[in-house]
Design a protein around this ligand. Structure first.
Ligand code: GLY
Length: 418
């Protein structure tokens, strides 16, 4: 059995590491991968024919897609009549992430708890609602925008600037939606589906803003921890009843070809849970704390999904907490330099996991090669212990202009008091 993972981030390094535990590294390929993932190969992952050639040459049985774009572009459909299995939803089902309008209409149709919304297809029509709601709303571009299509606004000025931004990129006749703003605690719940069953991993929480105290610009994620203790634990039944079950009902009713990962981005407010968004893939950096906690063989789970037998698998988890601190290059998420030497990786303790993201090797030297450079995942009997273990190792690593948040996991104190 040989598998190819598509992608180049910390999520893909974690996936490869997890698969390699049972398949061994020589059977786990990653395209294009990065400097820290063994068996990385450069392939243009937007070119499905090139992927097919690579897979045939290396006798690959299964492709696991890390990011959303190949799924939205129809990689599952492309390989449908070929001898290589692809784990993920087909193009139609991937619209749950690729089209925010499609996703909201799906949620509404199947009674998934979510914020009220209105759909627009030109900028002018949205002006009234912005005044009515005093700009206190969320504006979402319909398509994939690499995290740059969602504007959470608190004033008319902010909302108008968001519209200007949309118009600048996509023109006046852009498809977007406006939804009520629900302010609370955002958590990620990620699971697997075979189209008939959804089984969830543990809860996790991402830290999207660049700076401590959830300040600064949005990033691809500055850290994560799992599981989320306190109040969130008590909400699981509600989340199942109001979000997960109706979603599954919808997947079945629409007859989606969906054998893959499903990600629920959830906002918790006053003991109620609302679905903000679906993603049709693993989250990053959530994967870096979820998969180390999963005891099951990942290859077995994926195969159970592909053969429609997910119901027969029981997930088992480590009792420990896991915490991930993301090390980024100074300037990220805007302009940053690449090519700085990374020092200290040889001193990392055996109990800490390092998952590479923006790295490459040149002449045997590890260099930075992206904005998000490394993930440092610690574990411990308590969340604080997991965080201490991660930060202790972070302090052993150095590259020029290295930056990280110092308050990953600190929101938890607030949940425990509720
Ligand atoms: N951590 C958020 C995402 O992967 O979309």
């Amino acid at each position: 059995m040989k598998i190819t993972i598509i992608g180049s981030g910390g999520r893909e390094h974690t996936l490869a590491w997890k698969f390699a535990q049972t398949l061994t590294w020589e059977n786990v390929f990653t395209i294009p991968g990065n400097g820290g993932i063994p068996n990385s190969h450069f392939v243009d992952t937007n070119n499905f024919t090139e992927i097919e050639t690579f897979c045939k040459k290396n006798e690959i049985d299964l492709i696991f897609v890390g990011p959303e774009q190949p799924l939205a572009n129809g990689i599952v459909n492309f390989f449908e009549d070929k001898d290589i299995k692809v784990f993920g939803p087909d193009k139609e089902a991937a619209k749950l992430e690729a089209s925010k309008i499609f996703a909201k209409q799906f949620m509404q149709k199947y009674g998934v708890a979510t914020a009220d919304f209105q759909i627009f297809n030109n900028i002018e029509d949205a002006k009234n609602i912005i005044e009515e709601k005093n700009g206190n709303l969320v504006i979402k571009f319909d398509g994939l925008a690499a995290g740059k299509g969602v504007f959470v606004c608190s004033s008319v000025n902010e909302a108008n600037s968001a519209l200007q931004e949309l118009e600048k990129i996509y023109g006046k006749n852009v498809n977007f939606l406006i939804e009520d703003k629900i302010s609370g605690d955002e958590i990620s719940i990620i699971g697997f589906t075979d189209g008939n069953t959804i089984k969830l991993l543990q809860t996790s929480q991402d830290h999207k803003q660049l700076l401590d105290g959830d300040k600064g610009p949005n990033t691809g994620g500055m850290g994560a921890y799992s599981p989320v203790p306190g109040i969130i634990k008590k909400l699981i039944q509600k989340i199942n009843d109001k979000i997960v079950s109706p979603t599954l009902k919808g997947i079945k009713a629409e007859n989606f070809n969906y054998k893959g990962v499903i990600y629920f981005g959830i906002m918790v407010k006053n003991n109620e849970a609302y679905l903000l968004e679906y993603n049709v893939r693993f989250g990053d950096p959530e994967t870096e704390v979820l998969l180390p906690a999963l005891k099951n063989d990942l290859y077995e789970i994926v195969n159970a999904c592909l053969s429609g037998e997910l119901k027969n698998i029981n997930f088992e988890f480590e009792e420990d907490y896991f915490a991930d601190v993301v090390l980024v290059s100074g300037g990220y998420p805007k302009k940053y330099n690449k090519g700085y030497v990374i020092n200290g990786l040889e001193n990392i303790s055996e109990n800490t996991l390092i998952f590479h993201a923006g790295t490459k090797t040149e002449a045997g030297v590890m260099l930075t090669n992206g904005g998000r450079v490394l993930n440092v995942t610690g574990r411990g009997k308590t969340l604080n212990k997991a965080l201490d273990n991660a930060y202790k190792e972070v302090n052993k690593i150095y590259f020029k202009k290295m930056f990280f948040r110092e308050d990953i996991g600190k929101r938890v104190n607030k949940y425990l008091k509720k």
